[in-house]
Design a protein around this ligand. Structure first.
Ligand code: DGL
Length: 269
């Protein structure tokens, strides 16, 4: 084991949602140190323009590179959709993983009829990001994308099994259910928390959780680059946010499924 193996994985998101990816990483790679950045002062990104998101993303990436990370994981679908290429440019040879590449691959592996539904934020859907990523691997797949802007606030409110959320989901899923999609990509960090409700509303559709597939892709990329940390039974987890940590901590524990410690405020820009 060398110093480069023990460097942390840098994970980032527009706010708290990326903790669904951190949770999957902790389960899949329990010996890895992790540094997380959530841009809680400027969330949501899902309704912002490409130029703004690129600008914010560059600041986050600079911060994480300054923390000597060995790999970057873009946990935010919206960032991956519009600024993924910029992150890769800044990262040079360092492995960069993102939820869209992993989710697209998993969707194709799951779908039998290659009619794939995608639910995501408006910016992700407008960027056509999942369709492009899936078509790059299979140009004949049919993609039906649906923007679901109301779901992020409902999840942050904790209304995971609430009648209002159920009716909202039902409305958003209507066009997808009317078509013959057999697979639904959860193309936003917040949606894995809605899995039980989505399963009830779309019982015949297989859900693809890009958090889990991103963690698997990260494990493979680290192994290929000989960067896996294999001897670190008490890993270090540090969380940075751009607004005061209170709300992040309260909501974050729901996303992470465990208590959140070591949160620090770090303003960018
Ligand atoms: N993290 C964002 C995503 O996965 C959702 C929250 C936001 O709009 O910033 O697209």
């Amino acid at each position: 084991m060398t110093a480069s193996h023990s460097r942390p994985i840098g994970v980032f998101d527009s706010g708290v949602g990326g903790l669904t990816v951190v949770r999957a990483l902790m389960e899949r790679l329990p010996m890895e140190n992790i540094v997380y950045f959530g841009d809680t002062a400027r969330v949501p990104y899902g309704v912002k323009s490409r130029a703004t998101i690129e600008h914010f993303t560059a600041q986050i990436v600079d911060f994480l590179l300054g923390n000597e990370v060995k790999a970057l994981v873009i946990a935010c679908n919206t960032i991956a959709a519009v600024a993924g290429h910029k992150v890769r440019q800044s990262a040079g040879n360092m492995p960069v993983l993102d939820v869209i590449a992993a989710g697209a691959q998993a969707a194709l592996a799951t779908s039998r009829n290659h009619n794939i539904g995608v639910i995501a934020t408006s910016t992700t859907v407008n960027a056509n990001a999942y369709a492009r990523a899936i078509h790059a691997q299979n140009p004949t797949a049919r993609i039906l994308s649906q923007a679901c802007p109301l779901l992020v606030p409902l999840v942050e409110e904790g209304w995971l099994d609430h009648e209002v959320t159920r009716l909202t989901v039902r409305e958003y899923l209507k066009p997808l259910l009317a078509d013959s999609v057999d697979t639904l990509v959860l193309g936003c960090t917040h949606y894995p928390l809605l899995k039980p409700l989505l399963k009830q509303e779309a019982p015949n559709i297989t859900l693809v959780d890009s958090a889990i597939t991103t963690a698997e892709a990260t494990a493979q990329a680290l192994a290929a680059a000989d960067l896996l940390n294999t001897n670190n039974p008490a890993p270090d987890y540090r969380f940075y946010v751009s607004d005061i940590p209170l709300r992040f901590q309260t909501i974050g524990e729901r996303f992470l499924g465990r208590s959140l410690e070591q949160i620090e405020m770090m303003g960018l820009g």
